[in-house]
Design a binder for this molecule. Structure first.
Ligand code: GLN
Length: 212
């Protein structure tokens, strides 16, 4: 069973643990640097991205997290987690830090006052079985997608139609919305498959050089 940590500094940690367990992962809350060492994957929950960064700094987790993420640890961020995986953010304090990793610009609180929270069916590329119910809560959107990133989901209706709300770059996945709040764990299943893929690949690497 893949061992997946949920960054447990602030936010909806418990819901992610439940969703991950329902798709066959060993899910554990993570608060210390030492707990990062033996993870196969990491989830950064929704919450308040500024608070999560401040707590990560306080617990000396910011640099270790950046390093693990850039070294290839499969990581999924929902909502605030998406903001934290962005290389660039707009709509927040100018000096707001992120963990980074996905070549994108994310706008915080992008949907504006009138539609702070809403839900909508959204098709997610690679997630079979029809659209997922996407729950948006003071959600960000992806304003600009860099070369290495692949768009997985867009808003389909309303004034924000076409906005990017799901994205993947290699071992990194992010959604503007909160699948952990719906009881539908298909997005978590997609992420756990990503983790299994990485585990499968590292198992294939030969320990000794074969003759060729
Ligand atoms: N608005 C929050 C932020 O900027 C994100 C909201 C959420 O995670 N539901 O961090």
């Amino acid at each position: 069973r893949p061992r997946i940590g949920v960054l447990a500094l602030q936010g909806d940690v418990r819901e992610h643990l439940t969703a991950l367990r329902s798709v066959g992962a060993d899910a554990i809350p993570v608060r210390r640097e030492s707990e990062l060492a033996d993870l196969d994957g990491l989830v950064i929950p929704g919450g308040e991205s500024t608070t999560i960064v401040k707590l990560a700094q306080h617990f000396d987790l910011l640099e270790p997290l950046r390093k693990r993420i850039s070294d290839g640890l499969p990581t999924y961020g929902s909502c605030a987690g998406m903001i934290l995986l962005a290389d660039r953010i707009v709509g927040g304090a100018v000096d707001q830090e992120t963990f980074g990793g996905i070549d994108m610009t994310v706008r915080r609180n992008a949907f504006g006052r009138q539609i702070e929270s809403f839900e909508e069916p959204v098709n997610v590329e690679g997630v079979a079985g029809g659209p997922v119910t996407a729950v948006f809560i003071r959600a960000p959107w992806v304003e600009d997608v860099g070369g290495g990133a692949e768009v997985l989901a867009r808003v389909t209706s309303g004034p924000a139609a076409g906005r990017v709300v799901g994205i993947r770059q290699g071992h990194l996945l992010a959604t503007s919305f909160h699948p952990e709040l719906t009881g539908d764990a298909r997005v978590h299943g997609y992420f756990v498959d990503m983790v299994r893929n990485v585990l499968g690949k590292s198992a294939e690497v030969p320990t000794t050089k074969s003759e060729d």
